[in-house]
Design a protein around this ligand. Sequence first.
Ligand code: SF4
Ligand code: FES
Length: 248
Amino acid sequence: MKLNLKIWRQEDAKSKGKMVNYSLDGVEGDMSFLEMLDILNEQLINKNEEPVVFDHDCREGICGSCSLMINGEPHGPDRMITTCQLHMRKFNDGDTIVIEPFRAKAFPVIKDLMVDRSSFDRIQQAGAYVSVNTSGNTQDANSIPINKEDADDAFYAAACIGCGACVAACKNASAMLFTSAKVSQYALLPQGQVEATERVENMVRQMDLEGFGNCTNTGACEIECPKGISLENIARMNREYYSASVKG
Ligand code: SF4
Ligand code: FES
């Protein structure tokens, strides 16, 4: 396949970026999207040009670091996969592919296609943990009975990999799906009850401080989420938040 790539190039957070055209030949359907970018970068390096900077780590859909907007969709045209799991067989010879970073005020561009998602880390640090009493009286977590439906829902919420596609897909750049997944995975379990009130208040406060927008129930986040995180988590977080506000 021969492809026409339109890629966002930006020197750093302060520079003005622009789209740059690249023509890439010899792309095979079995290549992953990131392997296709690797080949482009090899060619750029051989020509003494700056390679395109993009985030990646595991390349198997579990770390959440690959964050590309491909033809206007976070993680590209397939559902329930990350960019690193996208294969070039999804595209055709002669296609033009537009590749941009995830865009949100709270995700400033570091360089080219790489954005700073430390705002997500700070939301997690604000409450996505449980404090465990290590005095020797700690109850074995495996001996606490948990309703199967709650255990399953907590597990599904915990599947969030913090990729940020929900924010990139949202017209308000809202982080409600991400934050609600983190709140839910604790809210559904007995172990999460001790700090439940302060957790939801602190995480929502941090989410707002980071500059994410509000949820207006569009649902684009759920559609683009590679891990199928459900909007039900946002409803649960809202209930947790109102209940925490009443407790004061
Ligand atoms: S909710 Fe989905 S889209 Fe958002 S960060 Fe988690 S895995 Fe990514
Ligand atoms: S590189 Fe880890 S999820 Fe894509």
